[in-house]
Design a protein around this ligand. Structure first.
Ligand code: TMP
Length: 206
């Protein structure tokens, strides 16, 4: 059977990734593909257990280094138990966040070197990279307003960080897109849900 395709959606808080992951998966299913929708941190029972450790509790619960290791450990389980089996079975995998989130969050404001994050990814996940990464981007004020509206009932340990932290994440995402234009496509996340989904579909066309 043909090998599937691995597509990841990335971006800061409030850009609409989760909504778009669902919409993109539905559009690909309508085109006849077998699609597995998944997310990080999480996507397998072990990785979902690690997700709770990462997102719940006190802001100072973990050091930056421990966080980088936990994200890499969750990813290793997710790749081994969900992503690789789906790709080997010929499915298209649509994943809400993946390795680039570690480059942007742990590599951006937390300043863990890129090579160290890649080494963890090699150990945990055999260095698996997406075929295509869709980076959703909004002007900073609009993203913060959207994330603020969503998190008013209590955000997670990351959403609750200050605007300078999120600006550093956004800067790191843009640097990733510039460094790897063959894999990472920058997509304008403003406008209606339908308009953004149409942009995503044309971005993966090649
Ligand atoms: P979510 O809000 O998309 O569910 O993601 C949870 C948080 O985890 C989000 O603030 C980004 C953060 N995160 C990292 O810091 N590094 C990672 O590798 C991943 C996957 C997520």
């Amino acid at each position: 059977m043909a090998q599937g395709r691995f597509i990841t959606l990335e971006g800061g808080e409030g850009v609409g990734k989760s909504t778009q992951a669902r919409a993109l998966a539905a559009a690909l299913r309508a085109r006849g593909h077998d699609v597995v929708e998944t997310r990080e941190p999480g996507g397998s029972p072990g990785a979902e257990a690690i997700r709770a450790l990462l997102l719940e509790g006190e802001r100072e619960r973990w050091t930056a280094g421990a966080e980088a290791l936990l994200f890499a450990a969750a990813r290793a389980d997710h790749v081994a138990r969900t992503i690789r089996p789906a790709l080997e079975g010929g499915a298209w995998v649509v994943c809400d966040r993946f390795l680039d989130s570690s480059f942007a969050y742990q590599g951006g404001p937390d300043a863990i070197p890129h090579e160290a994050l890649m080494a963890l990814h090699d150990v945990g996940s055999g260095g698996l990279l997406p075929d295509c990464t869709l980076l959703l981007a909004l002007p900073e004020e609009e993203a913060l307003a959207r994330a603020g509206a969503r998190d008013r009932d209590g955000g997670d340990r990351f959403g609750a960080r200050d605007p300078a932290y999120h600006a550093a994440v956004a800067g790191a995402f843009h640097a990733i897109a510039q460094a790897d234009p063959a894999r990472v496509r920058l997509v304008d996340a403003s406008g209606t849900v339908e308009a953004v989904t149409a942009r995503l579909l044309s971005a993966i066309e090649p």
